[in-house]
Design a protein around this ligand. Structure first.
Ligand code: C2E
Ligand code: MG
Ligand code: MG
Length: 593
C-alpha cells in the first residue's frame, strides 16, 4: 500500500519535483506509465496542504456519482464531503441536520488524522473502503476501493451462519451478536434502552408427540411469521432451538412498556391455528430482562431473561416474569447444589432407600423400588430437589449408575442372606434412554452381580415417551424388553401420554400417580381416572401398580378395583438396605383384611 501511495504522489507532483519514496539515489527513477491512473478501478483524490483538490481520477465519478459534480480542481475537501452528504451519497449520515453534521465532523477528522481503512456504505447498497494518506508536505491522498462484492459475500455468509433454517429467523449467534452491540452506560427512558424477551410454547412437547413433528415444525414457522409482523427495524427475533424464541426490542426500557408489547405479542401469537386435522391455540410463557439494569454484558442480560423465563414456567403455563434478583440468588443456590452433588457422586455418597411393592390381593412381597438418597449433605436434600438438578446439569447418568450399582449390590446381599427380595425397580431418566449403550451397560452390571435380567425393572415417566427422540427411545426399550428387563410407566395418569404411546412402547406395568391414589375413594374425577387407568392397564394386558398408598381404605378400595400391586407408606415406607433386610426376614406384611 505504501509503495502504491508513493507512486501516486509521484504522479501528482510535477515530474521534475522530488523523487517518489522508494526511489533512491543511484537507482533509475521509474516513470508512471501514461494512462495508469485513468485505468485504475480505485478512485484517487489528492488535496494540497490547504485541503484543495489537486487531482481526481475518472474512477471517482463512477464510485461516487452523487459527488462527482463537486469534485472540481480547487474544490475544498469539506465542500466535496458536504455535497455528498446533501445528495444522500452516505446513508450512515442520515437525513437529519444534526446527524449529518456529526457524520461530517467525524469524516473530516478521519481525513485529517489518517488511520486504518474504513468501510463505508453508499447509497444504492454499495460499499467502499476509504483510506487516507498524508504526505510529508501536508498533501492528502485519498484512496477509495469498491468492496461491494466482498461485503455482499460476507453478508450472505453471515446471514447463512446466523439463520435458523426452519423459520428463517436469526439463531443464537445472531442474537448474541446483536446483544454485544447494545450501547453501554445508558439508563431509563433513553431511546437506546432495550428489552430482551425469551419465550417458549407451553406443552410443545405434547403437540409434537400427538400431532407429529411436521406439525410441530409448522407451528414454529407460524409463530415466527406472526411475531415478525410486530417488530420494527433494528429489533431482533431469533429462534434459539426447540420451541425457545428471543426478541430483542430497542427503545423499550420500562416494565410497563415491556408489558404492553407482551400484550400485543400474545394477541397475535395466541390465535388458534389449524395443524392438519387439529386446531390448536398456542400459549406462551415469557421471561423479560431490561437493558441495562438487569445486565449490561450480553451474557448477563441473556441469563437474566433465561432466569425470568424459568421463573415464569415454574409458576405454571401462560405466565410471564421479569428478572428478579431473588431468582438469581435461587439459581446461585442451584449452582452450589450442582457442585455439591457432583462431589457427592464422585465420593459415592449417594445411597439408596428401598420401598417394598406388595401384591394388593394378599400383601405378598413382590419387590422393591430403589430411591436415591443423599444422606451426607449439610442439609438433607430430597430427591424431588436433587434429581431435577442432576437431570438438568448433566449429572443424572453418573448418579443413576451409582444407584443401579447399589440396588444390585443390595439384591445380591439379600440373596446371600437367604432372603427373597423379588424384583428391584430403578428409576431411569430420559437422557439415559437416549444413550444406545445403556442396555449394554445394564446387562454388564447384572452379569457382574450375578442377577438375571428378570429381577430388574426400569421405571420411566410419561414425559420420556413424549421426547422428540421417542423413536430412539423405543429401540432402547425394545432391547430391554428382549433382554427380559421389565418396564414400568411411572406417575401415570397426570401427563399427556396417549393410548398410542402405550401400544407403541413395550411397557409391562402402569404405576398410578400418587396424587390420583390420594383421592381414590372420593368419587371425583381423580378417582375416575385411577379406576380408568386400572381398566386400561388390564385391557392392554399390563399390571396396575398404585403408588402412595397411605390408608387401609385406599388399599381396600384398590383391591376391589383389581389393582395388582401396591406401594406406599402403609405397605412400607422406604427402608435403608439394612432395614429392608430386616423387613424381609420379618416375613410377609399382613394384608388389611
Ligand atoms: P417416584 O419414582 O414416583 O418414587 C416414589 C416417591 O414417592 C418416592 O419419593 C417415595 O418416597 C414417595 N412415596 C412412597 N410412598 C409414599 C406415600 O405413601 N405417600 C407419599 N406422599 N409419598 C410416597 P422420593 O424418594 O422423594 O422420590 C421422588 C422422585 O424422585 C421419584 O418418584 C423419582 O421420580 C425420583 N427418583 C428417586 N430416585 C431416583 C433415581 O435413582 N433416579 C431417577 N431418575 N429418579 C429418581
Ligand atoms: Mg419411580
Ligand atoms: Mg412415581
Amino acid at each position: 500500500m505504501e509503495g502504491r501511495v508513493g507512486a501516486i504522489s509521484a504522479a501528482v507532483e510535477p515530474l521534475e519535483g522530488p523523487l517518489p519514496s522508494g526511489v533512491g539515489p543511484g537507482r533509475p527513477a521509474m516513470a508512471l506509465p501514461p494512462g495508469l491512473l485513468e485505468a485504475l478501478p480505485q478512485a484517487i483524490l489528492a488535496f494540497d496542504a490547504q485541503e484543495r483538490l489537486t487531482f481526481v481520477n475518472p474512477a471517482f465519478a463512477s464510485l461516487f456519482p452523487f459527488m462527482a459534480a463537486a469534485a472540481r480542481p480547487g474544490a475544498a475537501l469539506q465542500e466535496i464531503l458536504r455535497h455528498g452528504v446533501a445528495q444522500g451519497q452516505f446513508p450512515e449520515a442520515g437525513t437529519r441536520p444534526e446527524t449529518q453534521l456529526a457524520w461530517l465532523a467525524q469524516e473530516l477528522a478521519a481525513h485529517r488524522n489518517p488511520g486504518p481503512p474504513r468501510e463505508v456504505a453508499l447509497a444504492g447498497g454499495g460499499w467502499v473502503e476509504m483510506q487516507e494518506h498524508r504526505g510529508p508536505d501536508g498533501q492528502l491522498i485519498c484512496l477509495r476501493s469498491d468492496i461491494t462484492r466482498r461485503r455482499m459475500a460476507e453478508d450472505r455468509a453471515q446471514r447463512h451462519a446466523e439463520e435458523d433454517p426452519l423459520t428463517g429467523l436469526g439463531n443464537r449467534e445472531a442474537l448474541f451478536r446483536k446483544l454485544g452491540e447494545l450501547p453501554h452506560g445508558r439508563r431509563g427512558r433513553d431511546p437506546r434502552s432495550a428489552c430482551l424477551l425469551l419465550f417458549d410454547l407451553d406443552d410443545f412437547k405434547a403437540t409434537n408427540a400427538n400431532l407429529g413433528h411436521a406439525a410441530g415444525d409448522a407451528l414454529l414457522v407460524e409463530i415466527a411469521r406472526r411475531g415478525r409482523a410486530l417488530l420494527r427495524g433494528g429489533d431482533v427475533f431469533a429462534r434459539l432451538g426447540g420451541d425457545e424464541f428471543a426478541i430483542l426490542l430497542h427503545g423499550i426500557g420500562t416494565p410497563a412498556q415491556a408489558m404492553s408489547f407482551i400484550g400485543r405479542l400474545r394477541v397475535r401469537l395466541e390465535q388458534p391455528l389449524t395443524l392438519g386435522a387439529a386446531i390448536i391455540t398456542p400459549s406462551l410463557s415469557l421471561g423479560v430482562a431490561l437493558f441495562p439494569e438487569d445486565g449490561e454484558a450480553a451474557c448477563a442480560l441473556f441469563r437474566g431473561a433465561e432466569t425470568a423465563l424459568y421463573q415464569a414456567k415454574r409458576q405454571g403455563r401462560h405466565g410471564h416474569s421479569f428478572f428478579d434478583r431473588s431468582i438469581a440468588a435461587m439459581l446461585d443456590r442451584k449452582a452450589r447444589l450442582t457442585q455439591d452433588l457432583r462431589a457427592a457422586i464422585a465420593a459415592e455418597e449417594i445411597t439408596i432407600a428401598l420401598q417394598p411393592q406388595l401384591r394388593t390381593r394378599d400383601g405378598r412381597h413382590l419387590g422393591f423400588e430403589a430411591l436415591a438418597r443423599w444422606p451426607s449433605a449439610a442439609h438433607p436434600v430430597p430427591p424431588s430437589e436433587f434429581i431435577p438438578v442432576a437431570e438438568e446439569m448433566g449429572l443424572i447418568i453418573p448418579l443413576s449408575r451409582l444407584v443401579l450399582r447399589r440396588a444390585l449390590e443390595a439384591m445380591r446381599s439379600f440373596d446371600r442372606l437367604g432372603l427373597d427380595p423379588g424384583r428391584i425397580a430403578v428409576n431411569v431418566a430420559t437422557e439415559q434412554l437416549l444413550s444406545e449403550d445403556f442396555p449394554r451397560e445394564v446387562r454388564a452390571a447384572l452379569q457382574q452381580h450375578g442377577l438375571p435380567p428378570e429381577r430388574l425393572e426400569i421405571e420411566l415417566t410419561e414425559t420420556t415417551l413424549l421426547d422428540r427422540s421417542a423413536d430412539r427411545i423405543v429401540q432402547v426399550l425394545r432391547e430391554f424388553d428382549a433382554m427380559g428387563v421389565s418396564i414400568a410407566l411411572d406417575d401415570f395418569g397426570t401427563g399427556y401420554a396417549s393410548l398410542a404411546h402405550l401400544t407403541q412402547f413395550p411397557v409391562h406395568r402402569l404405576k398410578i400417580d400418587r396424587r390420583l391414589v390420594r383421592s381414590i375413594e372420593s368419587g371425583d374425577s381423580a378417582s375416575l381416572i385411577a379406576r380408568t387407568v386400572i381398566g386400561l392397564a388390564h385391557g392392554l394386558g399390563l399390571e396396575a401398580v398404585a403408588e402412595g398408598v397411605e390408608t387401609p381404605a385406599q388399599w381396600d378400595y384398590l383391591r376391589r378395583l383389581g389393582c395388582d400391586v401396591v406401594q406406599g407408606f402403609l405397605p412400607g415406607a422406604p427402608f435403608d438396605v439394612a432395614g429392608a433386610a430386616a423387613h424381609l426376614s420379618a416375613g410377609l406384611v399382613a394384608p388389611t383384611e
